[in-house]
Design a protein around this ligand. Sequence first.
Ligand SMILES: [Mg+2]
Length: 170
Amino acid sequence: MPFSLLPRTIVHGLPDLTPKMLKKLGVELLMLDFDNTVVPYTTDVPTPAVRAWFRTMQASGIRLCVVSNSKKERVQQFCRQWDIPCFTHCRKPSRKGILRAAEAMKAPLQACALAGDQIYTDTLAANRAGVRSILVEPIHLHNVWLRLRHVAELPFIHLAKRRMKHEQSD
Ligand SMILES: [Mg+2]
């Protein structure tokens, strides 16, 4: 799927991605977008639900890494604190950062997924790289630009939800 804006899977937030579900999908390495996926732009402190999810994932054998477009030190600092491999300057929707992360983590692309909150960067990059695209709802749309962008994503979210429904009924 070289150029698609449709996520394969949509969930409310990271805690909805259970090890059982990911293992069923064949995911061994879950790549995470950082801003508005792990924490909002406005804080570096994850919610208790996300903290508990990190511990569950780290015990599950499914590996995590962060694949972020950010150039800010806060991303690497967070990853050090939580012992999560970190790839920054990824330039999604380019697929290069994803390919770099998969190679460094020695994970075949078909066993990778990328969870992120933005269709035009995360979903598109994941689809272009050939890894499963998982859309999570943005944690907090704190300014008008983020809200407008989200409105522009709604048609694709609607189509992707319809596809998910069909796949479940097959
Ligand atoms: Mg994001």
